[in-house]
Design a protein around this ligand. Structure first.
Ligand code: SF4
Length: 210
């Protein structure tokens, strides 16, 4: 079985297992996903979803968040950890959206990457979820699972994993595939306990590089 054949089979099986898998960060406007994805670094999505409720109660739009002082943002987002740097990035980012993009988010990968605190993982997430474009989101679940399954060979660096996956994942499948890896990584192929291979839908095709 080639990597590509394995990838297509994994995609198909995860589709059947998690038909509705979606982004686990809550947002109803694109700029809010930008904020949440910055807050999600080294924090759970569940906690981010709670903290942003307070943030948006006080700053309901890009303009008000852009006008806030970083210290005011930090006071609210502190429970997500790394409060100072996250608040600084969110503030700088919202000011750029307000001043250069009429309170909207840029639509190209390159422009997104230039925003403070936005790396390839976040830019890919936004391209896939907001704009419906091809995207590979190499978060911790994606990196762990694609190595274990044998879709990549002992690659841990996110950008290298992303580049390797672009070669074997059909572009239009990438975004949903990565969301499904998150679900599978949380429920079955877990990080902190032994993976539950005995109840895994990929058991017979996984290389189990554990
Ligand atoms: S078979 Fe085991 S190692 Fe492979 S994906 Fe499933 S749980 Fe993870």
């Amino acid at each position: 079985m080639t990597k590509k054949q394995r990838a297509l089979e994994v995609i198909q099986r995860l589709k059947e297992e998690y038909p509705d898998a979606d982004c686990t960060l809550d947002y109803d406007q694109a700029w809010k996903l930008l904020v949440s994805v910055r807050l999600a670094a080294q924090c759970t999505d569940a906690r981010v979803n709670v903290v942003v409720e307070d943030l948006y109660a006080k700053y309901p739009d890009v303009a008000s968040l852009a006008a806030a002082q970083p210290e005011e943002i930090e006071a609210i987002v502190k429970p997500c950890g790394l409060g100072k740097s996250k608040a600084r990035d969110i503030s700088a980012c919202m000011r750029i959206l307000h001043e250069q993009y009429e309170d909207r988010i840029p639509e190209t990968f390159e422009e997104l990457l230039k925003l403070p605190g936005v790396g390839r993982k976040s830019a890919n997430l936004i391209m896939g979820d907001v704009f419906g474009k091809p995207a590979i989101v190499t978060d911790t679940h994606c990196i762990r699972l694609t190595n274990r399954i044998g879709l990549v060979d002992n690659i841990k660096e996110p950008k290298k994993v992303e580049m390797a996956l672009w070669k074997i994942i059909p572009p239009e499948e990438g975004s949903d595939f990565c969301h499904r890896l998150v679900f599978h990584g949380r429920e079955v192929c877990t990080a902190r306990t032994k993976p539950h291979c005995d109840r895994c839908c990929l058991e017979d095709i996984c290389k189990k590089n554990i």
